[in-house]
Design a protein around this ligand. Structure first.
Ligand code: ADP
Length: 370
């Protein structure tokens, strides 16, 4: 099969890396000829937000997919009209692209998501009570485009753009669940992962699996996963980001129509990874077993503050001496503060051991410039 991917970042790279064990050809469209996928795929330089570029790229492929949601959906819809398989379909990508449509989707389908109000234009009067979270309709990514307004004075920083105003959730845990559906309608869910913050070290980037949650919480999440897949009307692999509030109720924060950072530990931590599962979705194959093989965790390798230029990974050899510790780099040559350059997966026999190992790995490694 000719598999076309819009976006050539690390998600695409790790997908191709996994899927190369099967017999297919992988094509990538990305504006950056140095992107993570450029050297390992049939690469086309182009803009995945441009109608003509996407159409030209997709028209001779057997299946077209995305590793980023900000793509030209009109072109994807035209590809669908012409009989090209697009997974996930253009309709659900369009809904997810816009926070307003996404919130309306949850509301319409009775999927629990925080209360909200929609602001379409700058002069609209806000009636939503403080504290609130303002989320831009489009253009937000990795924490940008989201801000909390706590008191009257905070209205000074209010963005006068189409956005969602959302109730501030009293968060106990941030969780994520990766779900998959193939064209036959078969569905499979990964064990829930948890983002953990270590207050002492101010670490916000550990992701661990399985999450430490109650049976009641798991039941709520299973129901949300099912409701989402039933109503998305599309095959695909999706990451549903969740909040567990302090009263024990689960809310959907947002969904990604693609592979996700919160599933990286599945590379070694589950019987099959999210990348294997995604391949099976694209080819409409029986979905893979997602059982956790033990406790697994993931640490993002991000560019340190104040370093810009050719990347150097300090301490990586020390990390490689540790058992059940796996390094994944994304083929990016230049580091900058906060840039995701790679990640490290760790396996352990208990949650305590896992946390200790993650903290140890974190203390050993640093992403700097030469
Ligand atoms: P992004 O798409 O940029 O990752 P998110 O919508 O996931 O943005 O928001 C980023 C972070 O902001 C979340 O991980 C969470 O910590 C916080 N956040 C977002 N929405 C809420 C909310 N309704 N209540 C409390 N915290 C929130």
């Amino acid at each position: 099969m000719k598999i076309g991917i819009l976006g050539g970042g690390q998600l695409g790279r790790m997908f191709i890396q996994e899927a190369l064990k099967y017999d297919d050809d992988f094509y990538v469209l990305d504006p950056n000829p140095d992107c993570s996928c450029a050297n390992i795929s049939h690469f086309t330089q182009g803009n995945f937000n441009d109608y003509d570029d996407v159409l030209a790229f997709g028209k001779d492929k057997d299946v077209v997919t995305v590793e980023i949601e900000h793509v030209n959906v009109e072109a994807l819809a035209e590809l669908e009209n012409r009989g090209v398989k697009v997974i996930p379909n253009s309709k659900i990508i369009k809904i997810i692209q816009q926070k307003i449509l996404q919130k309306e989707f949850y509301q319409f389908n009775q999927i629990p998501s925080p209360e909200f109000e929609i602001i379409w234009n700058a002069d609209e009067k806000v009636i939503f009570p403080l504290p609130l979270v303002q989320k831009l309709n489009t253009g937000g990514y990795d924490g940008r485009g989201v801000q909390i307004l706590k008191e009257e004075g905070d209205y000074e920083k209010f963005w006068k753009e189409p956005s969602v105003l959302e109730q501030l959730v009293d968060i106990d845990k941030e969780l994520s669940v990766i779900v998959a559906k193939n064209e036959n309608g078969e569905t499979k869910t990964f064990p829930v992962t948890e983002m953990v913050a270590d207050p002492k070290l101010n670490l916000l980037d550990f992701n661990i699996c399985p999450a430490d949650i109650s049976v009641e919480t798991q039941i709520q999440i299973d129901e949300i996963a099912q409701q989402f897949l039933d109503n998305a009307n599309s095959p695909g692999l999706f990451a549903i980001e969740l909040f567990l509030d302090k009263k024990g109720k689960v809310w959907v924060n947002e969904t990604a129509p693609r592979l996700h950072n919160s599933g990286h530990q599945s590379q070694e931590g589950n019987a099959n990874s999210q990348f294997e599962q995604f391949y099976r979705v694209l080819k409409n194959l029986p979905l893979a077993d997602t059982t956790a093989v033990g406790f697994s965790g993931m640490l993002n390798l991000v560019g340190e503050e104040n370093y810009l230029g050719k990347v150097k990974y300090q301490g990586l050899e020390e990390v490689l001496k540790l058992p059940k510790t796996y390094v994944h780099l994304y083929g990016k040559t230049e580091t900058k503060p906060g840039r995701k350059m790679g990640h490290i997966n760790v396996l352990a026999d208990s949650r305590e051991e896992l946390m200790e190992k993650l903290i140890q790995v974190k203390s050993l490694v640093k992403v700097v410039a030469e």
